[in-house]
Design a protein around this ligand. Structure first.
Ligand SMILES: *Cc1c(COP(=O)(O)O)cnc(C)c1O
Length: 390
């Protein structure tokens, strides 16, 4: 739905009549082999978006979701889908990097992305240098001869620092350096990343796009200048996404607006309540003034989602474990972005190198789901009541 507002795009995007027939939703197209009518037709064919060629190169089910995601990013050239968010991150990095290059990586990045950089990327001759998430335009001072790409994640995983995306992208572009962002927290609904100057924007669609904790999925949306290389690299790596999974992603996408707004409202209720509790030293939520980079969130974002963290006032790992184990409505498990609430213990101090993490107590990350926030607050209040106050 080019030119329409984002919530309209979520409903209408990718629903071409040639993909869905008379149905509302494009059905699940299962297939590997595509049959051609003649040797001449086969010889003239080539893989391309929207053209049946071979299972690897997509089907109406996957093109529909890809097109809907592309239309949420004004100025985008196209979207590739992956079997997980991490596969999307690694394919995007392999699209832009070659042996001998240096990558500038935000220190607050999602742990498995960091692991990929320090392990596999390094083995293939790419050096990664970590930078402070709050560096802003001063990133220019880190860009050297070999710097090829800057990777952002805003807000940062676990610690929620909001980055100055436009300033970092402008500094990178001035030096011919490509920028990538992991935009999973905000989604294009709350932060259209390409409009802020990013070249490739990545979503763990497992989270809010799918929204129901029932599928693994990733996407990368690129500018027209980068889309062709992204497509080629992804096919060379053999990335294909199951049509059933793409279908679930598209089903989730249609309700992203209403879900995200309720996650936002519920999370703010819980975050503001937590802020007033004596056992809580700090609440790291981009929409609250205490969060590093809050002013940037207020300037650049259209909303906040359901994921945030809080620092406990004193206490240790065992106290934090008792607190989390006492919760009854918050599940204990990895991932987030589904309809349900989750709580996990997180330890950024074990990961960070450029901007060490220090806090006055252990950290807990919450995903606030679509339950009644009054029930979630009662659950947290009961669990916090047992927390030692010094
Ligand atoms: C979960 C997550 C990923 C990875 O997505 P998967 O689908 O679980 O592989 C990437 N980035 C962020 C910020 C995430 O939270």
């Amino acid at each position: 739905m080019k030119g329409k507002r984002p919530s309209t795009g979520l409903v209408h995007g990718g629903r071409r009549p040639e993909w869905r027939g008379r149905l509302v939703n494009p059905p699940v197209h299962r297939g590997s082999t595509v049959l051609f009518d003649s040797v001449a037709e086969m010889g003239a064919a080539a893989p391309a978006f929207g053209k049946s060629y071979y299972g690897l190169h997509g089907s109406p089910t996957t093109w529909s979701l890809a097109e809907a995601l592309t239309e949420l990013e004004p100025g985008a050239g196209g979207t590739m889908l992956y079997s997980s968010g991490l596969a999307a991150v690694t394919a995007a990095l392999m699209t832009v990097l070659s042996a001998g290059d240096e990558l500038l990586m935000v220190d607050s990045v999602y742990g498995p992305t960091r692991r990929f950089c320090d392990g596999l990327l390094r083995r293939y001759g790419v050096a990664t240098r970590y930078y402070d998430p709050l560096i802003g335009a001063e990133i220019a001072g880190l860009i050297g001869e070999r710097t090829r790409a800057v990777f952002l994640e805003s807000p940062g995983s676990l610690t929620m620092e909001v980055q100055d995306v436009p300033a970092i992208c402008a500094a990178a572009r001035a030096r011919g350096v490509v920028t990538l962002i992991d935009n999973t927290w905000a989604t294009p609904l709350f932060f259209p990343a390409l409009a802020a100057g990013v070249d490739l924007t990545i979503l763990a669609a497992t989270k809010y796009i799918a929204g129901h904790a029932d599928v693994m999925l990733g996407s990368v949306t690129a500018t027209p200048a980068w889309y062709g290389k992204l497509e080629r690299t992804s096919w060379d790596l053999g990335h294909a996404v199951s049509p059933d999974d793409a279908w679930l992603g598209a089903r989730g996408l249609r309700t992203l607006d209403v879900r995200l707004r309720r996650h936002e409202e519920n999370a703010l209720r819980v975050a503001e309540w937590l802020q007033a509790q004596p056992q809580v030293a700090a609440v790291l939520h981009p929409a609250l003034p205490a969060c590093p980079g809050h002013a940037l969130w207020a300037r650049d974002f259209r909303g906040s989602s359901g994921l945030f963290s809080f620092v406990l006032r004193g206490g240790g790992d065992a106290d934090r474990a008792r607190l989390i184990d006492a919760l009854t409505l918050f599940g204990l498990g990895y991932s987030w972005g589904g309809f349900e609430s989750l709580a996990v213990p997180v330890d950024p101090q074990r990961l960070r190198t450029a901007a060490p993490w220090r806090a006055e107590g252990p950290l807990v990350r919450l995903h606030v789901g679509l339950e009644d926030p009054a029930d979630l607050i009662e659950d947290l209040a009961a669990a916090l009541a047992g927390y030692p106050t010094s």
